[in-house]
Design a protein around this ligand. Structure first.
Ligand code: HEC
Ligand code: HEC
Ligand code: HEC
Length: 113
């Protein structure tokens, strides 16, 4: 009977598929974002994932792809102020008001020339 070999093989493949789905791609631990003349911004991605839990706090505005912000800006699909003000600055200011640990709210702390 061939089934004796085929069935365990199928179960094995299914296990691998389930593991692959469970292992979510979380992207780079640290990302450098481009702030044009104002200077690049180093962004601790993993740290935010650990603190914030909800990916869509940011990824409602742009998909989970490396370099997508630059691409969307170039294609006029994203105004740069949306990421900086709507995402980064707004959240940091809100947390600061709430009195919890947060990230920088001044230009030169984020933007490094
Ligand atoms: C505080 C904002 C923020 C949160 C929360 C966040 N991300 Fe991201 N993520 C970014 C930014 C910014 C980029 C870079 C986009 C670019 O390169 O233009 C990015 C890029 C990515 C990428 C692309 C690969 C890479 O290395 O650049 C993946 C995958 C990703 N995120 C997954 C996730 C997942 C999964 C979560 C939730 C567990 C998450 N992100 C939470 C801001 C965030
Ligand atoms: C929804 C809220 C939220 C958003 C959006 C967000 N942050 Fe933060 N950020 C935080 C919090 C909370 C912390 C404090 C992390 C901790 O407790 O370790 C933080 C910390 C930081 C730090 C300091 C890390 C350290 O170790 O001191 C930097 C730099 C930073 N954020 C940059 C950014 C940038 C750049 C963006 C936009 C791409 C961004 N953040 C978007 C909430 C946010
Ligand atoms: C929490 C971090 C953070 C702070 C604080 C911050 N920025 Fe930014 N800024 C970014 C990020 C990330 C980008 C790149 C994504 C984008 O264009 O929104 C950016 C982009 C920009 C750009 C657009 C550059 C381009 O590509 O055209 C300008 C201009 C800018 N910032 C100016 C400022 C000024 C002025 C301040 C102070 C009031 C400031 N930023 C504070 C994170 C920050």
């Amino acid at each position: 009977m061939k089934n004796r070999k085929i069935i365990p093989a199928i179960i094995g493949i299914l296990c691998i598929a389930v593991l692959a789905i469970a292992e979510q791609n979380k992207g780079a631990e640290k990302i450098v974002l481009h702030g044009g003349n104002t200077g690049d911004v180093s962004f601790p991605h993993l740290q935010h994932q650990n603190v914030l839990a909800d990916c869509n706090l940011c990824h409602d505005l742009f998909p989970q792809e490396a370099g997508v912000i630059d691409k969307m800006k170039a294609g006029d699909k994203l105004k740069s102020k949306q990421v900086m003000n709507t995402k980064c600055l707004k959240c940091h200011r809100e947390k600061k008001k709430e009195g919890v640990k947060t990230g920088p709210t001044s230009c030169s702390v984020c933007h490094q020339k």
